[in-house]
Design a protein around this ligand. Structure first.
Ligand SMILES: Nc1ncnc2c1ncn2[C@@H]1O[C@H](COP(=O)(O)OP(=O)(O)OP(=O)(O)O)[C@@H](O)[C@H]1O
Length: 688
């Protein structure tokens, strides 16, 4: 292929900075979490709680030193304001329903607003008053309390200001509000700023390849040697992808269509790299994507370290988290004693009446914390340096723990779900990179209008994918996409055996999007719903009639509800079924109809269901109009996600007349369904 057109790196970085700035602004303005004033009326607080953004009526009930030397506060319901209904049988007040979840960043404030400032000479206090209270991450939530570790994520633990601000909370009536978490944005911005300033001599070979200044090097098949796979179940396309990734010297893309075992393949790749004494950094865009790999790698007895705020990790991977290792490993001993001292000092503050003495204790605490951090950072450094596999989210890779750490290979899973700037946080020092993903499923969600709206893009441009339409200017264009366009398919290997879908469900997406190359594994290709264990009949009858008294004009929602009811009546467990739709309005309607009736049934948006699977999936397409407008159904990648979620049963509800006029892809789909699906034309009279 023709040599790629080089992209100037500073130009790329400055364009990204503009787009990111716009995106951040859009996020902040669309977010109800934008910082609130220090004082808020009780009504507003209650509304914020009702909509899941706040928790009010709290008091600080306990404090201790948690992971990473952070102050962890326990916040309980204020007995003075708790209503009788909200009390447990023994009279203890309960929190009631709220939307604060583990991992949320929150600010805790005095409901009466910040205290009066004395003469305004205390600058630090002024700062806290402005902020409205200390900020932290929720580590646990329960019926009778929530626990918050102070210090913002990525901010390096609790600071002296936080200490004092937490201390101020004793005896006050408090509330907590969720804040937008902007660590990812900050890290992306810092990375782009760094890239903008780099000069020719700073560029690594990988950077030069990634921006088309040079082409990828020839494969080094000799150096990777014969491969003895540890996993006997790997299929040929998976083995081929692993050999390719081992032999590549700079860039390898592993293209994993739905259900083809991308992560399965990456696990073996990591093991092979470790056998070859390579140091590996494994990243993903979300905590879940990273934890998924830790969970699957840990049983293989490879020493792994997971970097990230413990409150955000799955409980199953906590023992591998850096913060826990810092305490449990031998090296951790050196931080233990100092932690105890911090706890004791902390407790002594409350017994101290004199302001001057308190101030003295704060200063001592500050020193102790500094000492703690120094010792801890040494311990952390050793732990990280000794592990051959380090795992972190892409933004987590920008934290201080990985400063000056060199890796032979950086692997990014779900790379087509990450913004390119996010990938670069982990890639600036990389020599060799393996990206796994599927550019034919949905890219990361982008809110800003630096690009055309998705509806506009898909209208009338169906022959071009929107990534082509938006070439070079969109945040939605991922690194995976861009590298593929830049260097061609020679840099990728595709996994072709899928372990999810019945052959007929797979056929259309395979033919239309994956060059007809997908193969359904023997284990799944003819699986049907009837082969599933049935729910006993008496269980079904308990659930009663489907629609009850509810009335709705939404024909399609009724069709969906009817079909779900039929599946369940036939013995399919609600837990095996998902109902998905591209539109939130429809989702709300369907939820009203079905959620209470079948709590086990999963209802969600198509976008939110990416990466998931169910035995039976019902898709509600919604669009139906004389103008044949299909809106963002015109986006192939969204439809691809929708139609590739089920294992045994796919039911599409929609107006085929509208849909088939939407684009040639949609027309092909409707033709395919006409030939291969069991078509039903529900009668309105039957439904109501
Ligand atoms: N070689 C194999 N033999 C048997 N089963 C496999 C093989 N590879 C993957 N699988 C199975 O296929 C399923 C999907 O695998 P995995 O979770 O690794 O896929 P993924 O590609 O990361 O997922 P997604 O398709 O959702 O992105 C899993 O149940 C896994 O056990």
């Amino acid at each position: 292929m023709a040599p790629p057109t080089p992209i100037p790196i500073p130009l790329f970085a400055s364009t990204q900075l503009n787009l990111l700035h716009e995106e951040h602004a859009a996020e902040v303005s669309s977010s109800k979490l934008a910082s609130t004033a220090a004082t808020v009326s009780p009504l507003t607080r209650r509304t914020l709680q009702a909509t899941g953004y706040a928790l009010t009526g709290l008091i600080l009930s306990q404090c201790r030193t948690g992971l990473g030397g952070r102050v962890v506060g326990e916040f309980a319901p204020d007995p003075a304001v708790a209503s009788d209904e909200s009390r447990a049988a023994d009279g203890t007040p309960r929190l009631g329903s709220h939307g604060i979840r583990v991992g949320d960043v929150v600010r805790v404030s005095d409901v009466a607003g910040p205290g009066k400032k004395v003469g305004g000479k205390d600058k630090e206090k002024d700062k806290d008053a402005e902020k409205g209270g200390p900020e932290g991450v929720v580590t646990r939530t329960g019926d009778r309390a929530v626990w918050i570790a102070f210090g913002r994520p990525g901010g390096g633990g609790t600071s002296k200001e936080d200490d004092e601000a937490v201390e101020e909370l004793w005896g006050k009536k408090l509330w907590a509000i969720k804040l937008a978490n902007d660590v990812t944005y900050r890290r992306m911005r810092q990375t782009m700023e760094k890239m903008e300033k780099m000069t020719e001599t700073d560029y690594s070979h990988f950077m030069r390849v990634a921006f088309g200044h040079t082409t990828p090097l020839q494969l080094d098949t000799e150096a990777c040697g014969p491969v003895e796979f540890t996993d006997p179940t790997l299929n040929d396309s998976q083995k081929d992808a692993i050999r390719f990734a081992l032999a590549s010297r700079d860039i390898a893309l592993i293209h994993g269509p739905p259900g083809t075992g991308k992560t399965h393949t990456l696990i073996e790749l990591v093991l092979q790299l470790v056998q070859r004494k390579k140091r590996v950094l494994v990243c993903g865009p979300s905590n879940v994507s990273v934890d998924n790999i830790v969970e699957r790698l840990a049983p293989k007895k490879v020493p792994v370290v997971r970097i990230g705020h413990p409150a955000r990790l799955l409980p199953s991977v906590l023992e591998h988290s850096l913060e826990v290792l810092t305490q449990t490993s031998d090296a951790g001993g050196i931080v233990k004693d100092i932690r105890k001292e911090i706890d004791e000092k902390q407790a002594s503050i409350r017994k101290t009446r004199s302001g001057r003495e308190r101030r003295g204790i704060y200063d001592e605490l500050k020193l102790l914390r500094k000492e703690f951090r120094q010792r801890e950072s040494k311990c952390v450094d050793n732990l990280v340096r000794e592990s051959s596999v380090v795992l972190a989210t892409l933004h987590g890779a920008g934290g201080h723990q990985l400063k000056n750490q060199k890796f032979d290979v950086v692997i990014i899973d779900e790379a087509s779900q990450a913004l390119e700037a996010q990938c670069w946080i982990s890639l600036l020092g990389a020599e060799k990179v393996v990206l796994a993903g599927d550019h034919l499923q949905l890219p990361p969600t982008v809110k800003s209008t630096g690009q055309k709206s998705k509806d506009e893009v898909s209208k009338g441009t169906e022959e071009k994918t929107d990534t082509e339409t938006l070439k070079g200017v969109s945040l939605e264009r991922t690194l995976f996409d861009r590298l593929l366009a830049l260097h061609g398919p020679g840099i990728k290997r595709m996994l072709t055996t899928q372990y999810r879908m019945h052959e007929t469900i797979m056929r259309f997406p395979s033919d239309e999007l994956y060059e007809g190359r997908l193969i359904a594994s023997d284990a799944v290709k003819s699986r049907l719903l009837v082969d599933l264990p049935y729910e006993a009949e008496d269980e079904i009858s308990k659930k009663g009639a489907l629609l009850g008294d509810s009335k709705s004009n939404e024909m399609e929602a009724l069709v969906v509800a009817r079909h779900v009811g039929n599946l369940i009546d036939a013995g399919v467990r609600p837990e095996s079924i998902a109902v998905i739709t591209p539109y939130n309005g429809q989702l709300a309607l369907l939820s009203r109809m079905l959620r209470e009736k079948y709590p086990g049934l999963e209802l969600g948006s198509v976008d939110g269901f990416q990466g998931r699977e169910k035995e039976a999936v019902v898709v509600s397409l919604v669009r139906s109009n004389a103008e044949h407008e299909v809106g963002f159904l015109g986006e192939k990648r969204r439809l691809n996600v929708a139609m590739t979620r089920p294992k045994r049963h796919l039911c599409i509800c929609g107006d085929s007349e509208t849909i088939s006029h939407g684009s040639s892809f949609l027309k092909h789909w409707m033709d395919f369904l006409e030939e291969n699906a069991d078509l039903r034309y529900p009668d309105a009279g039957d439904l109501l």
